[in-house]
Design a protein around this ligand. Structure first.
Ligand code: FES
Ligand code: FES
Length: 177
């Protein structure tokens, strides 16, 4: 497909691989990942920014990919659940392992989003970003301890219709220990 008034050439790095894509200006990042690149890990739940099933990392920060226009992300690094790895770059990411070990899912539909969101939340806490339940007197800028309340709050944008929340919280706790 060539470019026309409805399309543009966009370069993205997806899971470490540079990709040159012809993208419809109206396409969301979620649709490009799923429909053009065959990366079906990120799920379409609501398509309205309400469920978190489509969460991916954009330049290391978590985002609802159903709300992002792909064409606006020229040069960005996108990481989906398929691109997460351990420190050696070979095995499962520690968050993925913890979800398996804690049986932190039932149907699994929300799981890729939960996992990407957890990776983003851990980075935010390590960078000292406060959440809605952080003590206002806390030293922001220093790494934040992730209590159960912090974990629940920081992952509150990721819904699980199966109600696997208790095991999800345990899995995240395991990674923080
Ligand atoms: S599909 Fe993106 S938030 Fe629900
Ligand atoms: S495991 Fe089914 S929606 Fe979360």
């Amino acid at each position: 497909m060539g470019t026309d008034v409805f399309h543009a050439q966009v370069r993205l790095t997806v899971n470490g691989e540079p990709r040159g894509l012809t993208i419809d200006h109206r396409s969301t990042l979620l649709d490009v990942l799923r429909e053009q690149l065959g990366l079906t890990g990120a799920k379409k739940g609501c398509d309205h920014g309400q469920c978190g099933a489509c969460t991916v990392l954009v330049d290391g920060r978590r985002a609802n990919s159903c709300l992002l226009l792909a064409v606006a992300h020229e040069g960005c690094e996108i990481t989906t659940v398929e691109g997460l790895r351990d420190a050696d770059g070979e095995g499962l990411h520690p968050v993925q392992r913890a979800f398996l070990e804690r049986d932190a899912f039932q149907c699994g539909y929300c799981t890729p989003g939960q996992i990407c969101s957890t990776v983003g939340a851990l980075a935010e806490a390590a960078a000292g970003h406060a959440s809605h339940v952080t003590d206002p007197g806390a030293d922001t800028g220093a790494p934040m301890e992730l209590t159960r309340d912090e974990i629940r709050e920081r992952l509150s944008g990721n819904l699980c219709r199966c109600g696997a929340y208790p095991h999800i919280v345990e899995a995240v706790e395991d990674v923080t220990r």
